[in-house]
Design a protein around this ligand. Structure first.
Ligand code: BEZ
Ligand code: FE
Length: 289
C-alpha cells in the first residue's frame, strides 16, 4: 500500500501478513498492532518519548544474561506477568502467582516432615497441609517444589555465602496427600532495581519491595501444574507488591505457638523445638488437566 495514513496504517500492516501465517499468531498480531497503533495515536507519542522507551529496552538487553532477564522484570512490574497468570488461572484451583527468576531445578528431596531450616538464622516456621483435588480428595504422590529467601532477603543463587540449594526442597505428598516441613520465616526483599526497570520504578515514585513469601510448584499426574506463592498475613508490603503477585486466597496466618507436643510426630525437628515457633497451614487445590 502506498500513501499510507494514520487511519490506514493498521490495515496496511494486516495486509502484509502472508497466507501461511499461523491462525493464532495472526490473531495475536492483529490485536497487538491495533492496540499499539491506537496507543500512539491516543497519546500523540513524541519522537523523544519513543526514543526513551527504545533506550530502556536496549538497556534491558544489555543488562540481561542467563541469570537475569530484565524483560521478564519489566513484564512483572508492569503487571503483565500477573495478568497472564490470572487470565490462565483455573477457576476451581488454588490461584497461581508469579514464578520469579530465582527458581532452579535439582533441589534436594526432603521426606514429609523434613527440615529445610538447617543452619539458617530466623524464626522457626512449621509449614504443612494437603494437596487436594477440586472435590477435596487428597492427592497422593504430588510433587511440591519449595524455595524461599534467607533472613537477608536473598535466594541461595543470589548469595555466595549460602550453601547451594539452601532453603530449597522437593517433597512428595504421602498417602493422605500431606506435606510438612520446617523452615525459617522468609524475608521481604526488593526486585533488582539497579537497571532500567529500577529507572522506571524510581521515575514513578514506586518502591521495589515484594512482601515475604514461600514459592511453590505443585505437580501431579492428571492435574494442571500449579506455580504459586504464599504470603504471611502480617507482611507490611501485602498491599503494594512491586510485581502484583498477592491474591487473597494466598494469604495465610503464621500462628505463634510454644507447645511442640501439638505438632505431628513425623516432624523431624519436633524434639528440638523449645521456645516459640510459628505454624502455617495451607492446602493446595489442583485442577484436573
Ligand atoms: C520472586 O518472587 O522471586 C520474584 C518475582 C518477580 C520478580 C522478581 C522476583
Ligand atoms: Fe520470590
Amino acid at each position: 500500500m502506498r500513501d499510507v495514513t494514520k487511519d490506514t496504517i493498521t490495515d496496511a500492516f494486516l495486509t502484509y501478513l502472508g497466507e501461511e501465517t499461523d491462525e493464532r499468531l495472526r490473531f495475536l498480531l492483529t490485536k497487538l498492532v491495533r492496540h499499539i497503533h491506537d496507543f500512539v495515536k491516543e497519546t500523540e507519542l513524541t519522537h523523544e518519548e519513543w526514543r526513551k522507551a527504545l533506550e530502556l529496552l536496549y538497556k534491558a538487553g544489555e543488562i540481561s544474561d542467563p541469570e537475569r532477564n530484565e524483560f521478564v522484570l519489566f513484564s512483572d512490574v508492569l503487571g503483565l506477568s500477573s495478568l497472564v497468570d490470572m487470565v490462565n488461572s483455573s477457576p476451581d484451583g488454588t490461584p497461581s502467582s508469579v514464578l520469579g527468576p530465582f527458581h532452579i531445578l535439582g533441589a534436594p528431596e526432603l521426606p514429609v516432615g523434613g527440615d529445610m531450616k538447617n543452619e539458617n538464622v530466623g524464626d522457626t516456621v512449621v509449614v504443612g497441609g494437603r494437596v487436594l483435588t477440586a472435590n477435596g480428595q487428597p492427592i497422593e504422590g504430588a510433587e511440591i517444589e519449595i524455595w524461599q529467601t534467607a533472613d537477608n532477603g536473598l535466594y541461595s543463587n543470589q548469595d555466595a555465602t549460602q550453601p547451594g540449594y539452601n532453603l530449597r526442597a522437593r517433597m512428595t505428598t504421602d498417602t493422605v496427600g500431606r506435606y510438612l516441613f520446617s523452615t525459617i520465616r522468609p524475608a521481604p526483599y526488593t526486585v533488582p532495581d539497579d537497571g532500567p526497570v529500577g529507572e522506571l520504578l524510581h521515575a514513578t515514585g514506586r518502591h521495589p519491595w515484594r512482601p515475604s513469601h514461600l514459592h511453590f510448584i505443585v505437580t501431579a499426574d492428571g492435574y494442571r501444574r500449579l506455580v504459586t506463592e504464599v504470603f504471611p498475613s502480617d507482611d507490611p508490603y501485602l498491599d503494594q507488591d512491586a510485581v502484583f503477585g498477592v491474591r487473597e486466597e494466598l494469604i495465610m496466618t503464621y500462628r505463634p505457638q510454644s507447645d511442640p507436643s501439638t505438632l505431628p510426630d513425623d516432624l523431624a525437628i519436633k524434639d528440638q523445638l523449645d521456645g516459640s515457633f510459628f505454624v502455617v497451614d495451607f492446602d493446595f487445590v489442583l485442577s484436573a488437566a
